[in-house]
Design a protein around this ligand. Structure first.
Ligand SMILES: Nc1ncnc2c1ncn2[C@@H]1O[C@H](COP(=O)(O)OP(=O)(O)OP(=O)(O)O)[C@@H](O)[C@H]1O
Ligand SMILES: [Mg+2]
Length: 508
């Protein structure tokens, strides 16, 4: 046995009803390295990590995993056993209890006790020790809900790591982080590496592989395509391994001809509905033309999400200002009211607002759109199935059939379902809040093409994205927000990263 190999996956196969998520996958991971795993949505990345961390125990898959030279045999419900063996996993969705302290979260379910009562001093000093060891900059006594997402992620890491952690798995850790928070996470990974922790890193932001990983494995349709030293691959090469063909450009060329102004916002002010007097929108002016894609740029916390949620009637108590749709002043009181006026929203938080996870893909797609395939008395099942199937195919949603529940889809495919359902509703105005988060490069391209097609058909789109290149690449104009204000709207031709950043940070 090679002492340098800490993990050796040998022909791992995992079957679900109707899908083989992993097909004889063999990967070797070296002690102390940062190993990237990439692949399209549904390629099998998360499934492999769930096997390694005990979500799918020994006996529910075929093949073997050797860990430090020994067969890994995790028992049922064994995430804790995996952690005790030194294998830690941080999932994409945060799992912290908001009203508890950092220390309480780190030791949740494994609190140190003395004579049957929790030893708080030890809990906090142990927390402090873990935080210090890995240079995580958070206070053990801080309450979770008062922390930003970046700090919460640090707590997730501290919680996952025990003192003897050997392997840390990060499954799309950065999808909700700001650039500065990503930088900090990269530093933390370096620190972990110096402590000899082996890291497995999954992301759809391909540039991160080149910043941090030593080796990369590419999965496609559950099979290992290749494992290579990162320094031996290029970005183009990586994409080609992932999708099996070359992707020449990142953004498809549209043929849009925006028309008259169809939607206007004038001097809009709104307060946080839960705390009176706290203004979240402090003067927004914008106009949107028919068939136009208007990008909204701004730092996290600048009010972008609050703006679209308020326009959609889901949030925000409007205190001043006017909204006009086709020259008529409108008052949006609720989401259903918004939908009936022809507005749709692809929300940021797909788990919370976008999907009913236990329901089938078909029902998720068709529920908001039933009026298209029902008469007064009944639903036309065939029409429902036809329209839904067509939309699922358009977006290449990867599912054995549309009757399976949404929670058995991979993360990126769930996102496609959210988008598909709103595309089917045939809106006049479509708000999209970070529509391609967690979506692979090939599917991103498909979503961009659909946005172009919609705009060409006359749908007007307002798109928020934390990916500045995406905003610049897809928009006709870019509106930049800063601290709840709209600062300036730039024509795509004059919008550069520098100009947008200067406006977004208030330096311009
Ligand atoms: N619990 C489950 N039941 C049925 N099928 C599942 C289940 N979990 C995953 N699958 C299927 O297995 C395949 C691999 O899914 P997995 O979540 O591993 O993909 P992924 O590579 O992590 O994708 P993403 O980048 O979108 O997160 C997909 O086709 C998915 O639909
Ligand atoms: Mg996944």
């Amino acid at each position: 046995m090679d002492k340098n190999i800490i993990l050796d996956f040998k022909n791992v196969t995992k079957r679900f009803p109707g899908v083989t998520a992993l097909k004889e996958a063999s990967i070797q991971i070296r002690r102390g390295e940062i190993h990237g795993i990439c692949g399209e949505n549904g390629a099998g990345k998360s499934t492999l990590m769930k096997i390694l961390s005990g979500v799918y125990p020994y006996g529910t898959y075929e093949g073997e995993i050797f860990y430090n030279g020994e067969k890994l045999k995790l028992a049922n419900r064994s995430i804790r056993q995996a952690r005790d063996e030194g294998i830690a996993i941080v999932y994409q969705e945060l799992t912290l209890v908001p009203d508890m302290t950092v220390g309480e979260n780190v030791f949740l379910g494994k609190e140190p006790t003395e004579f049957g009562i929790i030893n708080w001093n030890k809990l906090y000093s142990d927390t402090q020790r873990i935080l210090e060891k890995y240079q995580l900059d958070v206070q053990p006594q801080a309450i979770i809900k008062n922390l930003g997402v970046g700090k919460m992620q640090m707590v997730e890491i501290a919680k996952a790591l025990s003192e003897n952690a050997q392997i840390l798995i990060l499954d799309e850790p950065t999808s909700a982080l700001t650039d500065a928070e990503v930088d900090k996470l990269m530093e933390i990974l370096e620190t972990l590496k110096q402590h000899g922790v082996t890291c497995i890193y999954i992301t759809h932001k391909l540039d991160e592989f080149f910043r941090i990983t030593d080796n990369i494995t590419v999965l496609r349709d559950g099979q290992v395509v290749t494992t290579k030293p990162t320094s031996d691959v290029t970005l183009e090469g990586l994409v080609k391994y992932m999708v099996g063909r070359e992707l020449k450009e990142r953004f498809p060329k549209g043929n849009r001809k925006p028309g008259e102004v169809i939607f206007e916002v004038e001097g809009l002010h709104a307060e946080d509905p839960d705390s009176a007097g706290k203004e979240v929108l402090r003067g927004i002016n914008l106009d949107l033309r028919k068939g136009e894609i208007l990008g909204i740029a701004g730092l996290m916390g600048s009010g972008r999400t609050e703006l679209v949620m308020t326009l959609f009637g889901e949030y925000g108590k409007v205190t001043a200002g006017k909204v006009r749709l086709e020259n008529e002043e409108i008052n949006i009181s609720s989401a259903s009211n918004a939908i009936s006026q022809g507005l749709s929203l692809v929300p940021e938080d797909r788990k919370g607002q976008g999907l009913v996870l236990g329901q089938s893909v078909l029902k998720n797609l068709s529920l908001p759109n039933l009026r298209f395939f029902s008469n007064m008395f009944q639903i036309d099942d065939n029409a429902e199935l036809r329209a839904s199937t067509e939309q699922a195919q358009n977006l290449a949603i990867k599912a054995p059939n549309l009757l399976i529940p949404c929670d058995s889809l991979s993360g990126g495919n769930q996102q496609k379902v959210v988008i598909a359902k709103w595309l089917m509703s045939n809106p006049k105005i479509l708000f999209m809040d970070d529509p391609t988060r967690g979506v692979d490069v090939g599917a991103k391209f498909e979503i961009y093409k659909l946005m172009n097609e919609l705009a060409e058909r006359g749908v007007s789109i307002i798109m928020i994205s934390s990916d500045l290149e995406e905003v610049l690449g897809m928009s006709d104009r870019v509106m930049v927000m800063h601290q709840g204000h709209s600062t300036q709207t730039l024509e795509a031709s004059e919008a550069t990263q520098e100009k947008v950043m200067a406006l977004a940070t208030g330096l311009a």
